[in-house]
Design a protein around this ligand. Sequence first.
Ligand code: FAQ
Length: 352
Amino acid sequence: MATAHQPPVVAEDEAVAGAVDTAAAAVDTAALESAFDAAVAADERIEPRDWMPDAYRATLVRQIAQHAHSEIIGMQPEANWITRAPSLRRKAILMAKVQDEAGHGLYLYSAAETLGTSRDELLDKLHAGRQKYSSIFNYPTLTWADVGAIGWLVDGAAITNQVPLCRCSYGPYARAMVRICKEESFHQRQGYELLLALSRGTPEQHEMAQDAVNRWWWPSLMMFGPPDAESSHSEQSMTWKIKRHSNDELRQRFVDICVPQAESLGLTLPDPDLKWNEERGQHDFGAIDWSEFWSVLKGNGPCNEQRLTQRRRAHEEGAWVREAAAAYAAKHSDHDKDRRPATPGTHGEATA
Ligand code: FAQ
């Protein structure tokens, strides 16, 4: 009977409708995916409202967050020297540089927020040790020359890595990198100029500059990440054009840039195997101690604990500033609301 069959008939209809929906969704996703792939292949920018694969989004959040955390943790080693800078000029330069790093962190957290995460969430993960920051900032700044070595080598490595990121497929990250690279380039020059002054100074100052370069050289090479064969994300990130070059390619480029600069500085790079290879048109260099790199990543570098403790403390102690800023913003948005005409333009005011 018709009535007896009705429910199964309805269920069958629903099942058919459900299957059609699933098939349509699959077709939609496939179409979206191929549009995304075509946009990436054509070097178009992916913007926040565009469809993107979940894994692309997750990769960007991971990398941008790690980058942002590096900028703000990276303020610590240099800030250590602000009170002990040898002149007012050097102090003013260093303060401006450290402030720039904070700014870079903010641009990057904002870029990450366009992917649907929040700065609070990312900071919580950093403080809980669930997200990384660059290995380089787990080394101590023992002398004033370290400020120069950080500028020359660490900012130099950062620029080498970041200039290609200005062409990253994700628009907000690429645009943030343009401004950051301009500032990093200034930072690199101040480090070079500082080291040059020390290198040409007294024998003790020259020795201090050399010692700083000896300590920062190898960790700077590690900043580019593990060798290509051990880089878990490179292949996919390069297909998506998040990364444009592999870790080893950029590391090689950095070595080739540094060798003539070290010569001009009158300093030696601490690598007896470093030599020009005529055939390759590049420098050969010695083996990197990757066990040190992985150990630092696991939290066992000389300053890991100190950096995270200081970061957590700064966050807690800064709570009142965030609360005050939020209260101020809320007060002003109410205030602005009161001053706004009920119907835009009713008082003949400009409403733009
Ligand atoms: N430190 O598969 P890959 C600066 C991790 S900013 C710690 O090759 P990927 C400015 C990696 O996350 C410096 N961890 O990874 C400044 C992954 O672990 P996961 C920061 C590292 O992402 C100057 C695992 O190893 N710059 O210095 C490091 O494809 C002076 C496997 O590695 C950026 O973040 C490392 N060095 O390539 C501030 C640039 N390397 O996440 C103050 C943007 C690798 O699976 C003073 N980032 N790992 O758990 C990138 O270009 C890339 O993320 C790489 C790594 C190249 C760093």
